[in-house]
Design a protein around this ligand. Structure first.
Ligand SMILES: [Fe+2]
Ligand SMILES: [Fe+2]
Length: 138
């Protein structure tokens, strides 16, 4: 599987969120690399578990930033985060079993990064940019 390479197009324009997304790409790429190098299953499982924990941290952080900026689509976005976490927890929990293939998990992670970050997180970025450009009350 190809590694993810950061593109300017992935930037949502908020430095903390962008830093976390970059770090996230690194975590996904570590799993891809570990799989290419045939690391033992328990090590790959540890990497996946770390990814799961980082996702939780990232989603919470992103939600705090959204709330602080009174993002009108906050509820919808937080629900998407919840759905991704549920799916990821299930896949990481099932890893190593019959339905827990690494390709399946990696495919999901790469697709999710590209779809969620580029489309959903960017909607928030657009909102932030517009809110900053609008004249401030008072
Ligand atoms: Fe994100
Ligand atoms: Fe998000």
């Amino acid at each position: 599987m190809d590694r993810i390479v950061w593109k300017d197009d992935y930037s949502v324009g908020h430095p903390d969120i962008d830093d976390q997304h970059r770090y996230f790409i690194g975590l996904i790429n570590n799993v891809i690399k570990a799989q290419e190098l045939s690391y033992p299953e328990d090590m790959i499982h540890q990497l996946l578990f770390g990814l799961l924990k980082y996702s939780e941290f990232h989603f919470r952080g992103e939600e705090l930033i959204m709330r602080a900026n009174r993002y009108p689509e906050f509820e919808k976005h937080a629900k998407l985060h919840g759905e991704i976490m549920t799916l990821l927890e299930h896949k990481v929990g099932a890893f190593g079993g019959k339905e827990g293939g690494i390709d399946d998990i990696l495919g999901m992670l790469v697709a999710w990064f590209q779809i969620h970050t580029v489309h959903e997180d960017k909607r928030f970025a657009t909102f932030l940019a517009e809110a900053k450009a609008a004249p401030q009350p008072g």
